[in-house]
Design a protein around this ligand. Structure first.
Ligand SMILES: CC[C@H](C(=O)O)C(=O)SCCNC(=O)CCNC(=O)[C@H](O)C(C)(C)COP(=O)(O)OP(=O)(O)OC[C@H]1O[C@@H](n2cnc3c(N)ncnc32)[C@H](O)[C@@H]1OP(=O)(O)O
Ligand SMILES: [Co+2]
Length: 145
């Protein structure tokens, strides 16, 4: 398997409104998307774009707020009421080949491959198998290869 770019760092937050204000006012972020709901994933999402190298998109901060009673990040916020770094997301060229690779490596894959916030297939790997980091694998959007 070939590691691709770090697409985003997921940051769980108790309040999307306050988190966006922080990134705009304290961190000087100018390119922040409007929040959008992903009920099927149990989160409200917004992206903070950081500057990239000339001509390339920078790694994003993915702000995620629990959405609904069964949000997979409700437990994380309960344990970390101020929020915190939640996951890392790396890009790969072929999501199914990556799934087969990590399975062969004995890493626990959390649930089915599904469509993530960038509209491409993703899956998650258990933090306990990944140096303590909840790890998201995402197929590189077509046209970005
Ligand atoms: C998909 C849209 C968007 C995108 O980019 O496209 C997103 O990224 S949405 C992100 C939200 N979705 C997910 O995170 C799905 C995968 N996550 C899960 O299935 C759960 O969060 C899980 C299984 C990682 C943890 O679930 P839960 O918190 O209910 O379980 P435990 O409390 O029992 O945790 C078990 C064990 O893992 C430690 N833990 C939990 N979360 C994290 C984390 N984010 N990073 C590192 N470690 C984590 C927790 O402390 C427990 O450890 P222990 O030593 O046993 O206390
Ligand atoms: Co993510």
């Amino acid at each position: 398997m070939k590691l691709g770019r770090l697409n985003h760092v997921g940051v769980a937050v108790p309040s999307m409104h306050d988190a966006i204000a922080y990134y705009r006012e304290v961190m000087g972020a100018s390119l922040i998307t409007a929040p959008f709901d992903m009920p099927e994933q149990g989160v409200k999402v917004a992206f903070v774009n950081t500057p990239g190298e000339a001509g390339t998109a920078g790694t994003q901060i993915e702000l995620i707020e629990p959405l609904g009673e069964t949000s997979p990040i409700a437990g994380f916020i309960a344990k970390n009421p101020a929020g915190g770094q939640h996951h890392l997301c790396y890009e790969v060229a072929d999501i199914e080949a990556a799934r087969a690779w990590f399975t062969a490596q004995g890493k626990r894959i959390l649930g089915p491959t599904r469509i993530g916030a960038h509209g491409t297939p993703i899956f998650f790997l258990h933090p306990k198998d990944m140096l303590g980091q909840l790890t998201e694998i995402m197929e590189t959007p077509r046209g970005d290869h």
